[in-house]
Each structure stands twice: as C-alpha cells, then as structure tokens.
Ligand binder design. Structure first.
Ligand code: HEM
Length: 404
C-alpha cells in the first residue's frame, strides 16, 4: 500500500497530468513502439492513428490515480478493460514495459516540473494500478482456460460457412479445427481474431461480437465491411470480406466481455441497435428465444435502408416464435423498401417514440451502435427516467463517453 505522502503527491499531480494527458500518452506510445516494435502485433494501429487509444489509456490511468487509495471504486472499469486485455492476450510481463514508457513520457512532457519525488510517486502508483489489473486478469485467464471447452490464448478455427447478410455485413460461422467442444458464452460477449495479412509486418487483432446464441457447435460473427475508410480497421474487415473464404483458418481467443444479457431476470427487455450494432443484440434475442421464450422483448433496429439491413429474416423468424415485438426503423428507405413495406417507422428512434411504445418502468435496456446513436438513446432513456442500473450499452472500439 502507498504511504500518505505518495498518495497526496499523486492526487495533487493528477490535474497537471490531465492537462498534458494526450501529449504524454502520444510520447508514451511513440517511445514504447520504438523500443518494443513487437507490441505492434497486439495494439490496434487504427486506434493509434485516430488517437482513440491515447484518450482511453490516459483517461484510465488518471481515473485510477484519483482513486489510488480506493481502487475498489473503479473495479467495474478495471473489469471491462481486463476482459479486453484477456481477450488480446496481455500478460503480466507487459505491464512493466508500459509503466517504464509512461514514466519516460511523463518526465519528457513535464520537464523540470517532474521532480524525483513526483517520478517516484508515479512509479509506485503505476505499480499498484498494474497489480490490480494483473490480478483481475489472472482470474479471467484461469476462468477462460478452465471452463468446459475453454482455452488459453488463441485457438485455430475454420471458417465453416460465410453468409452475406446485407450489402455490407457478412457472417462467418467458425468451428474449432480440433472439432472439440467450444466454450459457452454470455449473449453480448465478443471474441478476438488474430489475423496475419499477406505483406503486412505485424499481426492485427480485432474484437467481434458473437451474433448467435450460445450452445451451438460454432461461433458466428457478423462483420461490417468498412469500405473506403482507408484505416487499418477498414483493412481488417475488408480482408475478412474479400480474402477469407470458407475453409480458411482463423486464430480466435475465448469469449470475453462484460456487456451481456442477464438471463436470470424475467422482467422485460428492450434491445436497441443501430447498424452493425445489431450483432450482440441478435445474440441476446436468439438466447431469449431459446431459454426464456415467455420473456417480453422489444427488438428495435435502426438501419439506413433495406440494402444494409442484416439478419432481417432471422430476426423476423425468431420474433414470430417468441414473445418479441420487432420494430424496424429506416432513416433513408429506398423506393423498393417503401413498396415492400419492409420497415415499420421512417426516421430515427426518438424519445417520443420510446415513451409511447416501450415499457419504461420495468424493462432493462441494452443498446449498441454508432456513438451518436448511443448518445441519443442514452439521453432519451435518462430523460424518460429510466434508472441507470437498467441501462446497459457497449461501444465498438475503445470506450468513449456518452455524456454530451
Ligand atoms: C485497451 C487501459 C495496460 C494493451 C485498453 C483500454 C484501456 C486500457 C482503457 C481500452 C479498453 C476498451 O476499449 O474497452 C490500460 C491501463 C493499463 C493498461 C490503465 C495499465 C495499468 C496495458 C498493457 C498492454 C495493454 C500492459 C500491453 C502491452 C492494450 C491493448 C488494448 C488495450 C492492445 C486494445 C486497444 C488497442 O488495440 O489499441 N487498455 N491498459 N494495456 N490495452 Fe491496455
């Protein structure tokens, strides 16, 4: 445990570091990758370029430092990050590397203001924060490896089937090469795929939500092709779409993530998705249909139009056999959509619509989609008085804030 003086130094320097937060983490990544280029096999290059990971890491180190004498308070955040770390294969020996380069960066950016006392205090504080992550992650590694059908690290899976679900989304059905049992998962969780792309120096790891219910002999992911974005993010999804064919082998880590449907509760749920955010929602929907067909479900999906609306027939078929009210929103329906009556509401999911159409008092709300969509849903639900403990959401990519 840190002594009182160290705690005071940490707490008093947090605001200064916050001001320089992004600058420090930019220097940190640059020096760390210069000294340890092998880490580029784990980190997402697209997030680096867009500065998203910089913000996520800086924010978390300072948030943790504020609670350095009571890290229990930020355990939910640690837990969420630890899930991602576990799924990526981050190990205890990686932590000193990050710590060393974070301190180098703090010294470089703060210059003379970084006294030995401050540097030492931060070295100690980082050690405490790192230990908290390492111990939570150790438990997760054990749980992932020791569950039935579980495994450590990455396991080879064969692409059994590839199905085009819309103009932009394709599903991949993945079965283990060893044909043995695969770990179950909670609906809403994701897997990581480690890809080697021909001609690329480093591997790419990406997370994809599982899009079908657990209990099958395959995992399914449904991937959106991020065309024309020019980022490595787009490169990976494009590669999956255009170059990974049936019969190909992919390296997969065991399911992870703390965003999942509570299947113990039998109160109503409202599942809201925008675009490819529907993947974890379909997993939740299919699970409810399998396990709790009496549960009241409202499945709301917003897409631009029918051309990019994935898994439409599957959702309709599931809705027909369980107690599901499925509502489709298109904000730019095509003429064909109009003629076929293939959607229910034209426009966006609004507060007014939610107020009239869902059970606000009893439901748990789960939502996933683009950040702007999630901000709108989150603030609508809060305005409508839905309690925070009944609001659950997931970001694709690094965490961001939903506050305006
Ligand atoms: C993701 C914090 C240590 C590698 C993240 C995220 C946060 C974070 C906030 C984003 C989580 C999300 O998007 O859900 C931290 C903190 C650390 C730490 C506070 C130290 C106490 C490490 C270490 C490594 C590492 C030691 C490996 C060398 C990664 C990677 C990602 C990630 C690869 C995924 C995002 C990307 O690829 O850019 N971490 N982390 N982290 N972390 Fe850490």
């Amino acid at each position: 445990m840190l002594d009182q003086k160290t705690i005071e130094i940490i707490k008093s320097t947090v605001p200064v570091l916050e001001v320089h937060g992004e600058q420090i983490t930019t220097v940190f990544y640059k020096t760390m990758f210069e000294n340890h280029p092998e880490l580029l096999n784990i980190f997402n290059h697209a997030n680096q370029k867009q500065g998203r990971q910089q913000r996520a890491l800086a924010g978390t180190v300072y948030a943790a430092a504020k609670y350095i004498d009571n890290l229990e308070a930020i355990l939910p955040v640690v837990n969420q990050i630890a899930h991602k770390h576990r799924s990526l294969g981050i190990l205890p020996e990686h932590y000193p590397i990050v710590g060393k380069h974070l301190l180098i960066a703090i010294k470089e950016v703060l210059g003379d203001a970084a006294t030995d006392e401050i540097n030492n205090a931060w070295a100690e504080a980082y050690g405490v924060i790192a230990d908290a992550f390492i111990s939570v992650e150790a438990e997760m590694y054990d749980a992932a490896a020791n569950q039935r059908g579980g495994w450590d690290g990455f396991r080879p899976f064969i692409v059994e089937k590839k199905v085009e679900e819309s103009e932009v989304i394709t599903s991949f059905y993945l079965k283990p090469v060893d044909r043995k049992v695969i770990a179950s998962f909670k609906p809403g969780q994701y897997i990581s795929i480690k890809l080697e792309i021909e001609g690329e120096e480093f591997t790419h790891i990406r997370q994809y939500s599982l899009s079908d219910a657990p209990g099958k002999d395959y995992y399914r992911i449904s991937v959106k092709k991020e065309a024309g974005m020019g980022t490595p993010d787009g490169k990976v999804s494009n590669y999956l779409h255009s170059s990974v064919e049936e019969g190909e082998v992919l390296q997969i880590s065991a399911p992870a993530g703390d965003f999942f449907l509570d299947t113990e509760k039998d109160t109503p749920v409202v599942l809201i998705s925008g675009g490819v955010g529907l993947t974890p929602m379909v997993s939740m929907l299919n699970t409810v249909a399998d396990l709790q067909p009496e549960k009241e479900v409202t499945f709301i999906h917003a897409a631009q139009n029918g051309k990019v609306h994935a898994l439409k027939d599957e959702v309709a078929a599931t809705a027909a056999k369980a107690k599901v009210n499925s509502v489709v929103f298109y904000d730019q329906p095509t003429e064909e959509d109009r003629q076929n009556n293939s959607y229910d509401v034209e426009g966006y999911v609004t507060k007014e619509w939610l107020k009239e159409n869902v059970n606000l008092e009893q439901s748990d709300f789960y939502f996933c989609g683009p950040v702007t969509f999630m901000k709108a849903i989150n603030s609508a639900l809060k305005d409508l008085g839905v309690k925070e403990e009944r609001i659950h959401f997931e970001f694709f990519g690094p965490m961001a804030s939903l506050e305006a």
